[in-house]
Design a binder for this molecule. Structure first.
Ligand SMILES: NC(=O)c1ccc[n+]([C@@H]2O[C@H](COP(=O)([O-])OP(=O)(O)OC[C@H]3O[C@@H](n4cnc5c(N)ncnc54)[C@H](OP(=O)(O)O)[C@@H]3O)[C@@H](O)[C@H]2O)c1
Length: 177
């Protein structure tokens, strides 16, 4: 069996970096992205590319740079915590950045990446949060962040309907704390 290939979007630290480390440990070939954080992890089977998923031009150039390549697993993990206040305490620009980064850009990026999935066994993952759930987060902890992930969930559900006919799997992933 040929070496399996993964693409991890938002991997310069945290959960994304940990996923990259685990995949390398399991023998995968990994392409990973960073935006602003300098990279400490290097490995012969690891390639780093720069990407800001909120920049439409960067998304287009990124997909063009990978044209002809195929991946078994793609994870769109990039996200921000954003302001931890209530709605009345933040301005519209902060809200726009939060919702665009966490809800809109990951799904736009995912749509761009579907053609890079290898075949029907391939998986496209998007990192969400349990906090997005009305039943799992009854106290509305981190309301703005949680609302942005709730929006991501519904846009992901719509994306799943688009890719289902091609047989691939969309994984909406709560990674745990
Ligand atoms: N930590 C948790 O307990 C938890 C729980 C549930 C869900 N999540 C979700 O899991 C994901 C990772 O969380 P984390 O805690 O590992 O966060 P983190 O340590 O802050 O890492 C976030 C990653 O996303 C990248 N990123 C942020 N905005 C980006 C953008 N506009 N374009 C491209 N990359 C961008 C960052 O890149 P740079 O650093 O290079 O800018 C970084 O690599 C997020 O989607 C988060 O909402 C986390």
């Amino acid at each position: 069996m040929s070496q399996q290939r993964a693409l991890i979007i938002g991997a310069s630290k945290g959960i994304g970096m940990a996923v990259v480390e685990q995949l390398l440990h399991s023998g995968w070939d990994v392409t990973a992205t960073y935006r602003s954080t300098s990279i400490s992890l290097q490995h012969p089977a690891l390639r780093w590319l720069a990407l800001d998923i909120t920049d439409a031009q960067q998304r287009t150039q990124f997909v063009q740079a990978l044209s002809g390549e195929k991946f078994d697993y793609v994870l769109v993990n990039a996200g921000i915590l954003g302001p931890q206040h209530s709605l009345s305490e933040v301005d519209d620009a902060q809200l726009s950045e939060l919702f665009f980064t966490n809800a809109v850009a990951p799904v736009r990026m995912s749509e761009n990446l579907v053609p890079l999935l290898r075949d029907r066994d391939s998986v496209l993952g998007i990192t969400t949060s349990q906090l997005a759930s009305l039943t799992e987060n009854p106290d509305a902890t981190l309301p703005l962040y949680s609302a942005s992930k709730a929006a991501l969930n519904m846009l992901s559900r719509a994306l799943a309907k688009q890719i289902e006919p091609q047989g691939m799997t969309l994984l909406s992933l709560h990674p745990g704390w």
